[in-house]
Design a binder for this molecule. Structure first.
Ligand code: C2O
Length: 605
């Protein structure tokens, strides 16, 4: 019986996932406190970015196709279907026990077995307690039957009135006692608890317990979406405005690349300020290729690099679901199976870029246990979350979400604005509109969709290849302590369009062994002839592996993989007929060992 309920739910969710977003409609302007509007079924766009003297709320349709975001939020969706479907989903949700079905998602955390996490301070482990208050009453999250959508504004476009309310909300959150699960301290600790080995589950053999880790796997986007969702609801409730939506830091566009000024103005907005940041970087544009040391790029070179990095992460290297989202992680699996393009790339770069080099472990942004203590973290992750939405909206007829019940039924626990402990499912968060928020699109460009990089035109590629060792002449595991070149053979070449549509060519780097306590990063280039590893705005730059430091109890050393799609890159470089490609690994930070490098062909989703 459980199985059939589960599979119905599964089909339903798949259907939802395959269909488009909820229909949007013309909004009725509302006041923030108007509860009748809040419970209507319309999409309402507040307008925190209007000039202050303008009318505070303006009608706006989300069908406007001013960019890719929301471009597909048309009315493909039958509302009746949604409502009937939701009823079925609720009914089913409470009767599914994922542990009883054949599927086995990572179990939900147990608060009463939460253990003290560990941090590293000057090479010494330091216990760091980040467990939430224990509560035995858990309620299941229910999606609103008639969602009303409010916009998260771009942080660089909000007006002073919005900033004051945001500052007030955070000030009140900071003023709550640490024992209150809504307090800023507890909210920051949520990240630590899920990322630094505080939550574990029984392994099934003996007394051994396995750690829960939400990074470097397919849980990355859903976990952080839920985390921000509750953080935002708590902020809203502290200023009696359930329509409050948090700002996103638009670092993917030159207009928003600098740290939004509201976070830097200690005098006016003390609750948004944080001392523990890289102060030098606070005056420069965010560097999405950052590796911990200054590369002396001009702001416009940084913008060029950023644009290509985004293009690669969001488009060129992100055709397969798992390559964007991260690799599957199920009950019993070793953690860190592999991060998606965006998690390993820009997301990690901003953490390291923003962390304070004067602190022992890059606090606050530069280490998982402390990242949530910086208000900038939430604006950063709101943009990461926005990237998930944009990526899904660009999928057309391709699958947007894993249909695997092990993914959809993974559960997390969060405290909500009423201090209730809520159990949520990954499957309920894949569509942000159903969680009643969208991201501002007006006045926000997405420049990187047109940043497909060009290759240099020169005749020396073949000559360069002669100098590099063949793959079988290189000894693995390979310690990556210097720039390393290797000729990697391609099992298939000159494939037809049909063959390429069926299978994506992937440069698979596996058995990557790193110490989780360190910031580690290496960049990958293919057929780069001039040994220029500073300029990333070119087709020769493939992608990166990088990881935000975090301490686990076990294992200290992790093994993970990086999947880099190269189909389009090899076409653009004009080397699609070559038998082998010149792969160049450029270590940027930390100690890294590599187990193997090869070309594989992954079936398209
Ligand atoms: Cu949970 Cu940006 O990290």
């Amino acid at each position: 019986m459980h199985a059939s309920v589960a599979s119905n739910t599964h089909t339903y969710i798949k259907k939802l996932a395959m269909s488009s977003s909820l229909p949007c409609s013309w909004a009725t302007p509302i006041l923030p406190s108007s509860s009748s509007s809040y419970s209507s079924s319309r999409v309402v766009y507040s307008n925190p970015t209007a000039p202050e003297n303008a009318k505070p709320r303006r009608r706006f349709s989300c069908r406007a196709k001013n960019d890719n975001q929301n471009a597909e939020s048309s009315n493909k969706f039958d509302r009746r279907d949604v409502l009937i479907g939701l009823g079925g989903l609720y009914g089913a949700a409470s009767s599914i026990n994922p542990l009883e079905s054949s599927a086995a998602p990572i179990p939900q955390p147990e608060l009463n077995t939460c253990r003290t996490a560990t941090n590293i301070n000057n090479g010494q482990p330091v216990p760091y307690s980040c467990c939430p208050p224990i509560n035995n009453t858990i309620v299941d999250f229910r999606l609103p039957a008639r969602p009303v959508v409010y916009e998260r504004p771009a942080a660089h476009l909000v007006n002073a009135q919005y900033i004051s309310r945001f500052n007030l909300a955070l000030q009140r959150m900071r003023a709550l006692p640490d024992s209150d699960p809504r307090s800023f301290t507890q909210q920051a600790n949520v990240h630590c608890a899920y990322c630094n080995g505080a939550y574990t589950y029984p392994s099934g053999t003996g007394t051994q317990r396995l750690e829960i880790q939400v990074h470097n796997c397919w849980l990355f986007f859903p976990f952080h979406r839920w985390y921000l969702y509750f953080f935002e609801r708590i902020l809203g409730s502290l200023i009696n405005d359930p329509t409050f939506r948090m700002p996103y830091w638009n670092w993917d566009s030159p207009d928003g690349m600098y740290t939004p000024s509201m976070y830097l103005n200690q005098r006016q907005y003390p609750a948004l300020f944080n001392e523990r940041r890289n102060q030098r970087n606070m005056t420069r544009p965010a560097d999405l290729g950052y590796f911990g040391t200054d590369n002396n790029l001009t702001p416009s070179q940084t913008a060029d690099n950023n644009c290509v990095i985004m293009y690669n992460e969001m488009i060129r290297n992100a055709n397969l679901l798992e390559h964007f989202m991260g690799e599957p992680l199920r009950r019993g699996d070793p953690i860190n199976p592999g991060a998606g393009t965006h998690e390993a790339g820009s997301h990690t770069a901003i953490h390291i870029w923003g962390g304070d080099p004067r602190q022992p472990s890059g606090e606050d942004l530069g280490n998982f246990y402390s990242a949530g203590r910086d208000p900038l973290f939430y604006a950063h992750h709101a943009n990461v979350d926005r990237m998930w939405t944009i990526w899904r909206d660009r999928r057309g007829n391709l699958p947007r979400d894993f249909s695997d019940p092990d993914y959809l039924n993974t559960q997390f626990l969060f405290y909500n604005e009423n201090r209730q402990l809520v159990r949520v499912r990954v499957g309920d968060c894949v569509d942000n509109l159903r969680l009643e928020y969208a991201n501002q699109t007006r006045g926000v460009n997405i420049p990187w969709t047109s940043c497909r990089p060009r290759a240099r035109v020169s005749g020396t590629r073949a000559a360069k290849k002669v100098e590099a060792p063949k793959l079988d002449a290189v000894e693995f595991p390979l310690k990556l302590d210097k720039i390393t070149k290797v000729l990697v053979p391609r099992p298939k070449k000159s494939r037809s369009k049909e063959e390429k549509d069926k299978e994506v060519e992937v440069l698979l780097i596996s058995g990557i062994e790193v110490d989780t306590e360190q910031f580690v990063k290496f960049d990958v280039f293919v057929d780069e002839e001039e040994d220029d590893f500073v300029n990333l705005a070119k087709a020769e730059y493939t992608g990166t592996f990088a990881q935000v430091p975090h301490k686990h109890e076990t294992p200290l050393q992790i093994k993970t993989s990086r999947y880099l799609e190269v189909t389009q890159q090899l076409e653009d470089l004009g080397v699609d007929d070559d038998d082998e490609i010149l792969v160049i690994l450029v270590p940027r930070a930390g100690d890294i060992t590599i187990g193997s490098i090869k070309i594989v062909y992954n079936p398209s989703n």
